[in-house]
Ligand binder design. Structure first.
Ligand SMILES: Nc1ncnc2c1ncn2[C@@H]1O[C@H](COP(=O)(O)OP(=O)(O)O)[C@@H](O)[C@H]1O
Ligand SMILES: [Mg+2]
Length: 451
């Protein structure tokens, strides 16, 4: 289309120049002035693409002419020269053919080269082809980059989803670049987080359940063994006493003392088993926790009066009353102090302190007991297991002390936590409340085993 337009404009230009020459020749032809005509020819030859010009008279004789060398191919145009006498000069140039009887007084002939215009058209065609190709290429590139920036995050999301489905739960989707993708990645990551959280809870619940089931089994088994052993143990103990009196054996007989000590130890073990496996239902009454603690401490003081260990007690004088089972709490707290003694290797100091919390109306609310020793402390691995029944690191331990303490404190709606002070040792914190909260009564152990 463009080449047609350019070609047309080219031919129109040549046509116009020829017409113009024909008009200017009229006078020269009429008066036969060859110099004038030759001048016109020379002028015309200066125009681009014009290679030869000739002005002819009525008899087709050349009155003026000239040429110059230009590369071909060539085309020729010829126009008659009319006499303008009696004609409307304005109508003459454009309306020659409308004149009914024009008088032809000569003609002009222009030969011109079309090489320039052909080359121009070819160059234009090549340029159009290259421009089109460049445009297509640029469009393809733009399309590629735009689609890549849109599709890449979705591909990455699907890759993340694939990894998650393969079991990699730590992987998370990249943030993305466009607002929609950012929102999508966030929603996807939130979904993964809540899935991970749900899974963790599920695993924890499963572990707890399995542990509780195992405890039930252990409880049943312990009860059975304890029952089987308790009676014969009683018989052995009374038989030993009989032997001692019948054979007049002195009380300080080493062998018999060993036997009696072992019987006491075994009996203690069985009692612990029984207490842990089938805990008595707590009997709640109003108890002053500070006085209860003083009583426990007094017992330890008497025990350790001859030993190198000292108890450093900071128990408030005030009353802190709560609904509690005196015996259950005494045994539970006692187990923790016993552990502190053992951790200290029965030397040094065990610090026992109480922090009371009151509500705004000054009513007692929370009671915190800290039992701090100077022992080796507890490693994180041990810490995770010390409340498990039968977990012990001591050669003569039962592993039931903390399990029982935990059970007793939870039955009071309280809890036990462990802190590891920078100064060393280990600090057990028992928290109890003045009003019993929903107690986590350990129904697990409350099985129907005949006692
Ligand atoms: N104060 C403490 N310092 C260091 N370790 C402790 C302390 N109290 C308890 N433990 C660890 O917890 C384990 C379980 O304690 P426990 O249930 O009382 O059983 P036992 O005293 O019969 O071993 C102990 O064997 C010991 O490894
Ligand atoms: Mg213990």
């Amino acid at each position: 289309m463009i080449s047609n337009f350019v070609t047309k404009r080219f031919h129109q230009r040549i046509d116009f120049m020829t017409q113009y020459l024909a008009l200017n020749c009229e006078l020269g032809l009429l008066i036969g002035e060859k110099h004038l005509l030759q001048g016109l020819v020379e002028n015309m030859l200066k125009e681009d693409d014009v290679t030869a010009v000739a002005i002819l008279d009525q008899n087709k004789n050349t009155l003026a002419g000239g040429n110059r060398i230009l590369p071909g191919p060539f085309e020729q145009i010829r126009k008659n020269v009319f006499s303008s006498s009696g004609q409307d000069p304005l109508n003459w140039v454009g309306g020659m053919k409308k004149n009914k009887n024009p008088e032809i007084i000569g003609a002009v002939k222009i030969t011109y080269s079309i090489q320039g215009i052909t080359e121009l058209i070819n160059t234009m065609k090549i340029q159009v082809v290259f421009s089109t190709l460049a445009l297509i290429l640029v469009s393809c590139l733009i399309f590629y980059f735009i689609s890549r920036s849109l599709v890449a995050p979705i591909v990455s999301l699907s890759e993340t989803a694939r990894k998650v489905s393969m079991g990699d739960r730590d992987v998370r989707a990249a943030a993305g670049t466009t607002p929609e993708i950012i929102r999508l990645s966030r929603a996807f990551n939130n979904m993964l987080d809540s899935l991970a959280q749900g899974r963790k809870t599920l695993v924890r619940t499963y572990e707890k359940l399995t542990r509780q089931q195992a405890l039930v089994e252990v409880g049943k088994f312990s009860m059975m063994i304890a029952h089987e052993v308790k009676n014969p143990l009683g018989i052995i103990k009374s038989s030993l006493e009989l032997i001692k009196s019948e054979f007049n054996i002195p009380d300080n007989n080493l062998l018999l003392s060993y036997a009696e000590e072992e019987i006491v130890r075994l009996n203690h073990l069985i009692e612990s088993f029984l207490m842990f496996s089938k805990p008595a239902k707590p009997q709640f009454e109003k108890v002053d926790l500070n006085r209860l603690l003083e009583q426990i401490v007094m017992g330890f003081d008497i025990q350790s009066s001859m030993a190198e260990i000292k108890l450093d007690c900071r128990i408030p004088e005030t009353k802190f009353e709560a609904q509690a089972d005196f015996d259950l709490l005494t045994r539970g707290i006692g187990n923790i102090i016993t552990n502190a003694y053992e951790a200290n290797d029965r030397k040094g100091v065990v610090i026992i302190s109480v922090v009371e919390h009151y509500k705004v109306d000054k009513t007692a609310h929370k009671w915190e007991l800290f039992i701090q020793d100077q022992g080796p402390g507890i490693s994180p691995e041990k810490k995770a297991r010390i409340f498990d029944p039968f977990f012990t690191t001591k050669s003569t331990g039962t592993g039931l002390g903390l399990a029982f303490a935990d059970q007793a404190i939870k039955a009071h709606g309280g809890n036990i936590s462990i802190e590891l002070p920078k100064s060393g040792g280990c600090c057990f914190c028992i928290t109890l409340f003045s009003n019993i909260r929903e107690p986590e009564v350990l129904k697990v152990y409350d099985t129907d085993i005949d006692s």
